[in-house]
Ligand binder design. Structure first.
Ligand SMILES: Nc1ncnc2c1ncn2[C@@H]1O[C@H](COP(=O)(O)OP(=O)(O)OP(=O)(O)O)[C@@H](O)[C@H]1O
Ligand SMILES: [Mg+2]
Length: 367
């Protein structure tokens, strides 16, 4: 599905303009899982950045989930090596695009989001990072190094990663905008811990910018492609509704298109199939079974946009669960939901649902 990438050049330009204006040298793009962040950064932003005299270097902190510094070290090593060989940086980016696409093809495997054996970066590795960044800056010549650090929320998931976070801040501070960074990440809860908590080294260091959902232009793009390249005519409205049902995720949209192309199915059956696939891939059954009853009630209230501390909800909890309907129990439940990355709370009283399909699943399955 290589040629199905819907380009977003204006959005890429917008982010680069913010960097160029000098408002901040460090941006953070936050959006839920599978919204197309990585491919946007690699396919839309990097090429434009190259045209604007940047040297983009992509690193995923999930390269080794237990040792996020390894992703950084490897990325710097690869970039230095490419420059030494006078190989085009775009080739390096293409390899990363391929890797991302291939790993996205693997369906059904539950991705591990948290380290099980988190390891602390050693002082030797920190020195290496520092030295390699200096070397890369030198080799970049007149170009500005633009670090594209993916899965940055990972830094907030274990205190063992704190030394790396501190070191990164110092490394970037020292260079005073001569090295710029675009961070991407998927958990608003952990990103918030990283960027907005006063005790975090990244506090007030990074400008958070929204990553808008793909919209009708994306639907148009698909409808036209299906028609022109595959002679399949599809109802625009039905496709748009299916896109809503999968929470505007291009990942699931591409799975849906692949299903239509492979089996010649109509939009409605493809949609049903994809929703089942989504449930299985997200492990909704396991999540639902592990959830305490109070957490389920609170999650459903939050996903309806209701106040979790309302009298009605407290009464419902008293009646339907084995715990007391008191604010401290709700508070604990919210904390559990946030830790499991099912919800995020960024400002006081505002909650975001991180797994929207889960609501439908909980309501329908009544586990
Ligand atoms: N602009 C786009 N046009 C068409 N399809 C897209 C686009 N962006 C993403 N996709 C599809 O969505 C899939 C996931 O994209 P990507 O890996 O960039 O998402 P992500 O937000 O980084 O996800 P994660 O949070 O899991 O890292 C891609 O493999 C591709 O099939
Ligand atoms: Mg990604």
């Amino acid at each position: 599905m290589n040629n199905w990438h819907f380009p977003r050049p204006q959005l890429a330009k917008h982010y680069l303009d913010i960097l160029a204006l000098g408002i901040s040298s460090n941006l953070a793009i936050i959006a839920p899982r599978r919204k197309g962040k990585t491919l946007f950064v690699l396919q839309d932003l990097s090429p434009l950045a190259q045209k604007n005299r940047y040297l983009p270097v992509y690193a995923s902190l999930w390269q080794n989930i237990n040792a996020p510094h390894e992703g950084l070290i490897l990325a710097l090593e690869d970039a230095i090596e490419a420059l030494d060989r006078r190989a085009p940086i775009s080739r390096l980016l293409k390899t990363k695009i391929k890797k991302t696409t291939v790993s996205n093809e693997l369906l059904g495997k539950m991705e591990v989001e948290f380290a099980d054996k988190a390891t602390k970066v050693t002082s030797k590795e920190l020195l290496l990072l520092e030295r390699m960044l200096t070397e890369l800056q030198k080799k970049a010549g007149k170009k500005t190094v633009l670090l594209l650090i993916d899965e940055v929320q990972h830094l907030a998931t274990s205190p063992l990663f704190d030394p790396l976070t501190h070191a990164l801040r110092t490394m970037l501070d020292k260079r005073q905008g001569c090295v710029k960074t675009i961070f991407t990440g998927s958990s608003r809860h952990y990103m918030n811990l990283l960027f907005n908590e006063s005790q975090s080294p990244f506090y007030h260091f990074v400008e958070t910018v929204p990553f808008p959902d793909l919209g009708e232009e994306f639907i148009d793009f698909i409808v036209i492609k299906l028609d022109q390249e595959h002679s399949i005519s599809i109802n625009q409205k039905s496709l748009s509704q299916a896109f809503d049902a999968i929470d505007q995720s291009p990942y699931w949209m591409m799975k849906l298109i692949a299903h239509i192309l492979t089996f010649g199915s109509d939009i409605n059956s493809a949609r049903e199939y994809i929703l089942e696939l989504l449930e299985a891939a997200e492990g909704f059954e396991g999540i639902a079974k592990r959830m305490k009853i109070i957490d389920r009630v609170v999650y459903l209230a939050l996903s309806e946009g209701h106040n979790p501390f309302s009298k009605e909800l407290l009464a419902k909890i008293d009646k339907e669960t084995s715990v007391k309907g008191i604010p401290s129990n709700i508070q604990r439940s919210i904390k559990r939901l946030a830790q499991q990355n099912l919800i995020s709370q960024i400002e006081k009283g505002r909650y975001y649902i991180e797994k929207p399909g889960l609501k439908r699943y909980l309501l329908e399955s009544k586990i």
